[in-house]
Design a binder for this molecule. Sequence first.
Ligand SMILES: [Zn+2]
Ligand SMILES: [Zn+2]
Length: 225
Amino acid sequence: MQAFSGTIKVKADGVISTVPPLINTIFYKGENSMTAHSVSKICSVEGCEQVARRKELCDRHYMRMYRRGTLALRHRSPLEDYADWFWLQVRPVPSTCWEWQRSKSSTGYGHARFNGRIRHAHIISWTLTYGIEPTKWILHSCDNRICVNPAHLREGSAAENTQDMIDRDRRKHCVLGPKLKTDDVVKIRVRRASGESLKSIAASFGVTVQTISFTVNRRTHRGVA
Ligand SMILES: [Zn+2]
Ligand SMILES: [Zn+2]
């Protein structure tokens, strides 16, 4: 007897039934006539090795025929091809940030070429998701500039965008492990404005010259007036 790669079940009453593997079962003839239904044909679509279920087609090809009336693949638009490429550049795990894995702009946003222009990746994400370019500002509710998860993007006004940036700066520089208190920052700026050296101010606050320089030049503590 020919080697059989399907599973063999022995029922309680001793009757042996066979369940063929899903592919290449066309040549198999079960010894037990009870299994005649399991002699399967392969889908008639060239290159497809799935079992034919209806009209000599596998489920997938049958459904394609049923829905579209043809087996020919629909012509894909350049936009669909672009979208395929775009979503391959992130790991789209639900409820996490989808971080853009390619290049970033100098402002820290993901960016890519889209419709002949370099655009922010999250704007492209929005456009691909909703089918239209946004008319308002697109804000990250997750604060992660390289995130392109549509669920983390929302429309807002320019004012909201500015407020978001201020809040972000405040969190980054003034709340998360600040080296200097807000009133220290004010004092430092006043002392520097009156001509005191960075080195001298740094020494009196016990921080580096660079910290003072950044504070004075508003590279940090931008949220402080
Ligand atoms: Zn098929
Ligand atoms: Zn995010």
